[in-house]
Ligand binder design. Sequence first.
Ligand code: F6R
Length: 358
Amino acid sequence: GKGRFEHYMLKEIHTQPEALRGTLSGRIDDGAVDLETFSEGSFEDVEQVHLVACGTSYHAALCGERQLVRAGIPATTSRASEYFDLQTVDENTLVVAVTQSGETADTLSALRRASSAGARTLALTNVVGSTVSREADDVLYIRAGPEIGVAATKTFTSQVATLTMLTHRIAQDSARGTPREDAAAFFRELDALPERIEDLIDATTAQRVSEQHIGRQSYFFIGRDFEYPVALEGALKFKEITYEHAEGFASGELKHGPLALVTSDTTLFALLTGARGDETRRNAEEARTRGATVVAIAPEGMAVGDVADEVLRVPDTHPDLAGLLANVQLQLISYHTAYGLGREIDKPRNLAKSVTVE
Ligand code: F6R
């Protein structure tokens, strides 16, 4: 049940530390990653990775793509319903279907196209025995526990964490791969992420900030690098459960068009965490000059007084993981805004938890 929480979504946001511990349990040991059935060498033939997914899982896949590319593995992400360019797919292509439910028709259909083209397929899913887990050559479970709220929250965090571990294993096995040099520090921080999420939830002022921004005309979310998929995810979650107009942008793209939409009735959430937070900080300033109210999601210690009207803080962690913490603040923003508007949070209109039609 929902326990002490009024909605499953809030419960699932708050129990992310527990979900993430389930995801990581037994898989990280002193900078080494052990993914049960994938023994050493199991990815040695992998020359490229295609990730296919929809919605929130697509945003998680974009985070995975960035990790893979940086580890020397050519990788691209496609929305499953747009996965048509299979010309380079062969048995050395690993196609990873990222799907919480394992039942999304668009994703299953992309997986079947990949199989027919001769790819090796891997399902990254939360649901044991789901259709995707039966159809793919291999399966890697995210072990986040059941997610009931229609809006995906804890499973995004667990998907990204699983993709970082998968990346490391592929990079170790494949001739093309260069595992990250700071693996020990990175995986130590990943292991500590559940505690960081607890600290963030204890200290957050997301409810107060949300209440102050109800009734604006548009809500924009900007980020770059790992924070770009987080901006897209923040906007998706926001439109799903608040029914307000929200858009996610790559921060650098604002000035190439979307800036024309910015007025004094715009609230802009700027993701200032990660390695490129300072660049986004400048883009937020450009929007603020045009009248936007800026809410910064920023690491402890970053001065934001001159660019932001308000700030939500993110505990210190590895720069490549900070986006996951920033995302928790955005989940809370969406939740409290929807709550303030009296929306039906766990069952938004027109949406279903598992989309079984193409
Ligand atoms: C967003 C959301 C949807 C799903 C999408 C894919 O909160 O829940 O966008 O992420 O329908 O679902 P799965 O991951 O089950 O394939």
